[in-house]
Design a protein around this ligand. Sequence first.
Ligand code: SF4
Length: 359
Amino acid sequence: MSNPISSRRKRVLSGMRPTGKLHLGNYMGALHNWVRLQNQPEYECYFFIADLHALTTDYADPSQIPANTREVILDYLAAGLDPDKSVLFVQSHVQQHYELPLLLGMITPLGWLERVPSYKEMQENLASKDLTNYGFLGYPVLMASDILLYQADFVPVGQDQTAHVELTREIARRFNQFYKRTDGSEILPEPQVLLTPSPKLPGTDGRKMSKSYGNTILLSDPEPEIRAKIKPMVTDPARIRRKDPGNPDKCPVGDLHKIFSTQETIAKVYEGCTTAGIGCIECKTWVADAIVSALAPIQERRVKFEQNPALVTEILADGARRATTRAEQTMQEARSAMGLGSKSGFNPVANLSQAVPNV
Ligand code: SF4
């Protein structure tokens, strides 16, 4: 399963929190692009499930994290991430993810964390949770460590996450100002953002598709469920009656057609909608057909992996081993540069690299 990866290729890293089964928004906003990147020979890809990040907000009840992690890896594999082309792993299976945040936390000014826009925003949005904890304030350091451990060249993210990569770059710069290799070279390269082009993907209520809005179509939804979710979808508000013409550019169903339907169907939608030649029910049937057929190969792959949990466990164990090897190279340099470990050969943390993940 392991594939020797040339160190000359550009390293790409990204991950998702284990929020449970993934939806079309996750697919079009990230996964689809990750599959494209892994298939380009110039990239060495690492994709992980950020279960430690889940703890920053769900520390009081972590009971769902293992099951949600399992769902996300199944969706990664179903979407086409291939363990022969990418390193797929769970964050907590790689011990170095616990260690670098501690070291980077020493050099990260508190003000940098307090000014992260999503810090206050999330505290307000998740008012039911007490997010005055140190782990939540420090999650950008956790995120920076995720990236810097692998000395990633590129981080594929959406526009809304570029601030986090910028903070990672600032932390790397500060680290490099304090510490260097013995030859004077820098240890932590600054990663670049690889902006993910993602089309507008509305949920069934017309707002952005998001689990927190309850408006998602899951990658694993069975066909009747997909059709049932699309049937009551909001449409162009100008089409009150069947005889009123509408505009697919002002309709969430029209947005879905643009992503999933053929050019021929899209032409029929524009013609039929703007002349009131078709009804919205018919139009929704067409978009449901397109989504069902786009998801068919993804769902087939998911079933294959669901039926073989031992294979999924082996994929994650192999991914953890490969990720650990890479991460430990960075840690050895970081520890040494920060005066930790021992040049005489006694290093009490060296065995961490041999930890076998319990998946
Ligand atoms: S016909 Fe289709 S695109 Fe036009 S308003 Fe109805 S659902 Fe939307």
